[in-house]
Design a protein around this ligand. Structure first.
Ligand code: GLA
Length: 386
């Protein structure tokens, strides 16, 4: 924060009066279940986006992003989603979502910094939206519940940017707990519990450094297939509202109602919810072997049923099976490129990291970014005094 305050003073010739920070997140199990009102096991990470800000008594927002070394300006009275540089559309989206809730804010100046990896699947955008939102809530004393704060961030993606994502990213960024996984329910929109991460294994992120060109449209297509599958099942079964309500048995017995694509998408979601339930039991019993096996199962279902994997992600997960200390690995987040997460016995973590880097480099001549991640705490804000 101190560095940010200094840059703010230099840039804007004044002192910031509010500060906030919000972490990225990792999806542990429960892939694409959030918008199906399912359950997810996730965690916030140590990597965070921080912001300091002050009202500037105009309608203009002036931003400086330290990582990009770029400035951006927009007018809160004339919001569009075509601002350049592109990253400024996230804060503009936050202001727009606040306005939609009659929570207007005036112009402000802000300096931002972040160490959440960009475009990788660790939700740098949710960390950014949440940090800005928490800063504005502090600055303007806005009365917003934590669940609504997550909905505001999701609204930026859904309404301002046109990606039909669920609530997982913002929710994890807000509700994260140090050294713990959080179990979230996206029907009731609440944290059902936190589960401490055991000391014997660590989480390694391996970034494929490759991203599908049509990530957003592929994501929206997956969501549409889940919703049409749910609608067909709901027409026959009163107990079904979303795929959350569908059991494995029901899905099999009504398979003929669905197209092959709808069936496989639904199967992934139904089984992911089941895997989350099993994971909680395994973690309670400290059974990391069985917990990790679910990660491999989950990836296989992404590859075969949900088809949100890529050859590069498949390769990384395939490599994991032969490495010392491997307990499980899977793609994490939306998919179509980005990161894989690996559960690795602590004693082997360094060796595993080296070996997977070498194997991936031999495969495609790209050095993957690898990060040992620790579950971190959720978003915070504070009043700053000069
Ligand atoms: C992205 C979305 C989330 C969630 C995951 C997949 O991260 O933003 O809402 O759907 O993909 O689980």
């Amino acid at each position: 924060m101190r560095d940010l305050i200094k840059v703010f003073q230099e840039k804007f010739n004044a002192s910031p009066t509010a500060g906030a920070s919000a972490p990225g997140r990792l999806e542990i199990l429960g892939n694409h279940t959030d918008y199906n009102e399912g359950i997810v096991l996730s965690c916030a990470v140590d990597q965070r986006t921080s912001v300091v800000m002050a009202a500037n008594h105009s309608s203009m927002v002036q931003l400086y992003d330290l990582r990009a070394g770029e400035s951006a300006v927009f007018d809160v009275q004339n919001l569009t989603n075509t601002i350049r540089p592109k990253w400024a559309n996230y804060p503009a989206g936050v202001v727009s979502e606040l306005q939609a809730r009659q929570l207007s804010v005036g112009g402000f100046d802000a300096v931002i910094s972040s160490n959440v990896p960009l475009s990788a699947g660790m939700s740098s955008s949710a960390a950014f939206e949440t940090a800005i939102l928490f800063g504005l809530m502090q600055l303007y004393k806005l009365d917003v519940t934590s669940a609504d704060a997550a909905r505001i961030g999701q609204g930026v993606e859904n309404n301002f940017l046109g990606v039909k994502t669920g609530l997982l990213d913002q929710f994890s960024s807000i509700f994260g707990v140090s050294n713990s996984f959080i179990l979230s329910d996206f029907r009731t929109v609440e944290v059902l519990g936190t589960i401490p991460m055991t000391g014997n294994a660590g989480i390694l992120v391996v970034n494929s450094m490759q991203k599908h060109d049509l990530v957003d449209s592929a994501y929206n297509e997956r969501r549409a297939a889940c919703e049409s599958a749910a609608a067909k099942l709901a027409a026959r079964h009163q107990t079904v509202k979303t795929l959350r309500d569908v059991s494995g048995e029901l899905l099999e017995s009504e398979k003929s109602l669905l197209t092959d694509i709808e069936y496989r998408r639904a199967k992934h979601v139904v089984q992911e919810c089941e895997r989350v339930r099993r994971a909680v039991e395994y973690l309670k019993n400290n059974d990391l072997q069985s917990f990790g096996a679910l990660w491999w199962e989950s990836h296989e279902s992404s590859r075969v049923n949900f088809e949100n994997s890529t050859p590069a992600l498949d390769k990384i997960v395939e490599f994991s099976h032969q490495l010392p200390g491997a307990l499980g690995a899977r793609l994490s987040g939306g998919g179509f490129g980005g990161i894989t997460v690996h559960l690795v016995q602590n004693d082997h973590l360094a060796e595993y990291q080296d070996k997977i880097t070498g194997l991936y480099k031999d495969y495609c001549n790209i050095t993957p970014e690898t990060i040992v991640c620790h579950p971190g705490k959720g978003a915070v804000s504070e009043t700053l005094t000069a």
